[in-house]
Design a protein around this ligand. Structure first.
Ligand SMILES: Nc1ncnc2c1ncn2[C@@H]1O[C@H](COP(=O)(O)OP(=O)(O)O)[C@@H](O)[C@H]1O
Ligand SMILES: [Mg+2]
Length: 312
């Protein structure tokens, strides 16, 4: 069978049951395309780290087939592993080695020829160049995280995994990280990040997958997702607060705010706009005087809550 050359990672029928019987992944299939930024969104315990760990060959699947660059992550482990870089969720760096030696060693592990220029560039991008001769052990938590990123990039991976990259990370590192991610994409590198911050997925991703309880609930282009599932809200501020919603407008999907000063009308983005003008007409007929009207697009956050049925 010929491989689709545009696919960076293919996951098919993947399930994982841990030894204690816990089902962490349940029949997941997805293709991740070369050069895309995919955000895997899900609450704690959803299965994100398990999925990433299997793709990186750290955890064995129970069922299913996973390939990176066409290489099976189990039967062609070394070839597959060479293509991926992983920035783990947990800090796992307590080396006496210097920053530079750490990433040089890491590159060597993957059998890549020496390229100190590349390593220097990577360290500079991460503002680590000044620390190149400092033992990793002596660095602050934020700096260690930067070293983990440099390590993951040391062998010029074609697919980079960032597992909860911004949890507990300062603003500057977050900015640096997004800059690097965008640069990487320009060179055709695929970036997969997990997050439980919706804003983050909204900001950086080309496609978003939502994982909950080991299932991939949906996977779509960010814009398609927003369009398909987006609802809009019309906020109607009232000149004079009202006690109850007039009978004549109860048929609309409308709520009175707690302060009784506004009405919120929710409607499907793609449905016709006739509803709004009718509503406004009915309001005027009921003697409700308006002060202001504004619309708002439902955020990905609300889409997520709708799907997963849980407030975050
Ligand atoms: N080594 C393990 N043994 C048993 N259960 C595990 C192990 N690792 C993770 N789990 C469980 O699998 C589920 C998914 O975990 P994880 O993949 O870490 O989720 P996420 O990264 O989305 O928070 C959780 O219920 C977690 O407790
Ligand atoms: Mg995790």
């Amino acid at each position: 069978m010929t491989e689709n050359l545009k696919i960076a990672v293919s996951v098919s029928g993947l399930s994982k049951t841990y030894n204690n019987g816990l089902i962490a992944l349940n029949d997941i299939s997805l293709d991740i395309m070369k050069g895309e930024i995919l955000a895997l969104l899900g609450s704690n315990g959803a299965g994100k780290t398990t999925l990433i760990s299997i793709i990186c060959g750290i955890v064995n699947p129970t069922y299913g087939v996973v390939k990176v660059g066409g290489y099976n992550v189990i039967y062609q482990y070394r070839d597959a592993r060479r293509l991926v870089g992983l920035v783990p969720q947990e800090l796992s760096l307590e080396s006496f080695e210097t920053v530079f030696d750490t990433i040089k060693f890491s590159r060597g592990l993957f059998g890549k020829p020496r390229d100190n220029c590349y390593l220097e560039r990577t360290l500079r991008q991460l503002s680590l160049w000044d620390k190149r001769n400092t033992p990793v052990l002596e660095l602050s938590g934020g700096m260690k995280r930067r070293v983990l990123i440099a390590k993951a990039l040391s062998h010029e991976p074609r697919v980079l995994f960032l597992d909860e990259p911004t949890a507990g990370v300062d603003v500057q590192l977050r900015k640096d990280m997004w800059k690097i991610v965008r640069c990487l994409r320009e060179t055709g590198v695929t970036v997969i990040l997990t997050t439980h911050y919706i804003e983050e997925a909204e900001l950086i991703a080309d496609r978003i997958g939502v994982i909950d309880k080991g299932k991939l609930l949906l996977l779509d282009d960010k814009s398609v997702l927003m369009k398909k599932m987006g609802k809009k809200e019309l906020q109607i501020d009232l000149q004079v607060p009202i006690d109850v919603i007039p009978n004549s407008i109860l048929k609309y999907n409308i709520k009175l705010t707690d302060d009784h000063e506004s009405l919120i009308y929710t409607y499907e983005k793609n449905s016709d706009r006739l509803g709004i003008s009718k509503l406004l007409g009915d309001l005027a007929a009921a003697g409700v005087i308006l002060k202001d009207v504004s619309t708002r697009q439902t955020s990905l956050e609300e889409i997520f809550v709708d799907l997963v049925g849980e407030k975050k």
